[in-house]
Design a protein around this ligand. Structure first.
Ligand SMILES: NC(=O)c1ccc[n+]([C@@H]2O[C@H](COP(=O)([O-])OP(=O)(O)OC[C@H]3O[C@@H](n4cnc5c(N)ncnc54)[C@H](O)[C@@H]3O)[C@@H](O)[C@H]2O)c1
Length: 323
C-alpha cells in the first residue's frame, strides 16, 4: 500500500514539483492549498484539498481520512518586500499557520515534518559559504517568520517527539524538464523568470540593483538550485526521518552566480539581447549568499543533479514558452 504524504502548499512552485517526485517514488501526495498563490493546474499527482493550513477542523478531517505518514510543509507567504510592509500577515500565515499544523500533527500522532525554511534565517552572512552553524539573525519579517518556526520545531521535538528536517533553501530556480509544471508566481520577484520575461519583452527591462559590490563583476552573487533537486532533497529528508533525529540542512549547489552571469546565461539560452537598467543597491542585499552543502551530503546523501546554470535557465525558458 502506498503511503500518503500531506503536502501543504502543494499547488505552489516547489510543492508541485515535490508532489510529482513523491508520486514517482511511490508515495501519494495529498496537496492542501488555499490557492492564494498556487494553481489548481499544478496539482496532478494526487488529490487537491482546497483550504487553509490554519483551519484546524479541516486538518483534523485530513489526518483522519488520509492518515499521512509525514507532512512536507511549503505553505507560506514568500515575498520579502510584502513582509516588510505587512509583517502581521507573515507572522499569522507562516508562523501561526504552521503552529496549527504542528498541533494537529501532535494530536494525530504524525511525527515526520519536512519544513521549507530558507537561507533568510541567517540574515547578513559573516562568512561564505554559509554553514548550518552560522548565527541566525534574520533581517526581515519573512526570515523571522521562518526562524520562529524553526524554534517551535525544536520545542515540539523535545516535548512531543516530533522529528523534523528544516531545509534552508537558497534560490529555487528552473522548472520540470518535462514541462508539465513550472514557476508562476504573481507577483514575480525572482531573478531568472524576470530576466526571461525581459527577453520576451525588451520594452520591459529588468533593473540590476547594484553594480559596485565587492564581487568579480560588481553584481550580487546567489546560489541557484534547480527545483527538481529541491524536490529530491525533500523526499530524502522524509525517508531520513523514518530512522533519524531532527536536523536543519542547507540546500544549495555550493556555487554562486552573479546577476551579470545570469543575464549572460539567459542571453545564451534565449538568443535575446537583454539590456538591463543599471540601478543602485537595495538595502539589505548581501553581496554573496552561497550554501555549504556538506551536511546535505552527509545526512541525506544528497548532491545537486543540476550544477550548470544554463540547463536550469533552459528549463525555465522552456516552461515560459510552453504551448
Ligand atoms: N522560491 C524560493 O526561492 C524559496 C527559497 C527559500 C524558501 N522558500 C520557501 O519554500 C516554500 C515554497 O515556496 P514557493 O516558491 O513554491 O512558493 P509558492 O507561493 O509558489 O507556494 C506556496 C504555496 O502555499 C500556498 N499557501 C500559502 N498560504 C497558505 C495557507 N495559509 N494555507 C494553504 N496554502 C497556502 C500558496 O497558495 C502556494 O501555492 C515557501 O515556504 C517559501 O518560503 C522558497
Amino acid at each position: 500500500m502506498t503511503q500518503n504524504i500531506l503536502v501543504t502548499g502543494g499547488a505552489g512552485f516547489i510543492g508541485s514539483h515535490t508532489c510529482k517526485a513523491l508520486a514517482a517514488r511511490g508515495y501519494t501526495p495529498i496537496a492542501l492549498d488555499n490557492l492564494s498563490n498556487g494553481h489548481e493546474w499544478a496539482v496532478k499527482w494526487g488529490p487537491l484539498i482546497k483550504g487553509d493550513i490554519s483551519d484546524r477542523a479541516l486538518l483534523d478531517r485530513i489526518f483522519k481520512e488520509y492518515n499521512p505518514a509525514g507532512v512536507i510543509h511549503f505553505a507560506a507567504f514568500i515575498e520579502v518586500g510584502i513582509s516588510v510592509r505587512n509583517p502581521g500577515s507573515f507572522y499569522r500565515n507562516n508562523t501561526c499557520g504552521t503552529l496549527t499544523v504542528l498541533e494537529a500533527m501532535r494530536d494525530h500522532g504524525c511525527e515526520r515534518f519536512v519544513f521549507s525554511s530558507t537561507a533568510a534565517v541567517y540574515g547578513m552572512p559573516h562568512e561564505i559559504p554559509l554553514t548550518e552553524t552560522h548565527p541566525q539573525w534574520p533581517i526581515n519579517p519573512y526570515g523571522w517568520s521562518k526562524f520562529m518556526v524553526e524554534r517551535m520545531l525544536e520545542d515540539f521535538s523535545s516535548a512531543h517527539g516530533l522529528r523534523f528536517c528544516a531545509l534552508r533553501y537558497f534560490n529555487a530556480a528552473g522548472a520540470d524538464p518535462e514541462c508539465e509544471i513550472g514557476e508562476a508566481h504573481d507577483p514575480e520577484s525572482h531573478l531568472i523568470p524576470l530576466v526571461l520575461r525581459a527577453a520576451r519583452h525588451p520594452e520591459k527591462p529588468i533593473t540590476v540593483f547594484g553594480t559596485d559590490y565587492d564581487t568579480p563583476d560588481g553584481t550580487c552573487i546567489r546560489d541557484y538550485i534547480h527545483v527538481n533537486d529541491l524536490a529530491d532533497a525533500h523526499i530524502r529528508a522524509l525517508d531520513y526521518l523514518a530512522g533519524n533525529d531532527s536536523v536543519a540542512i542547507n540546500l544549495g549547489t555550493g556555487t554562486g552566480n552573479s546577476v551579470q552571469e545570469i543575464i549572460e546565461a539567459a542571453r545564451e539560452v534565449t538568443g535575446a539581447a537583454i539590456e538591463p537598467n543599471l540601478g543602485i543597491r537595495r538595502a539589505g542585499d548581501p553581496p554573496r549568499l552561497v550554501a555549504d552543502r556538506a551536511l546535505a551530503r552527509e545526512k541525506l546523501g544528497w548532491e545537486p543533479h543540476y550544477t550548470g546554470i544554463i540547463e536550469t535557465i533552459r528549463h525555465a525558458w522552456q516552461w515560459m514558452n510552453r504551448a
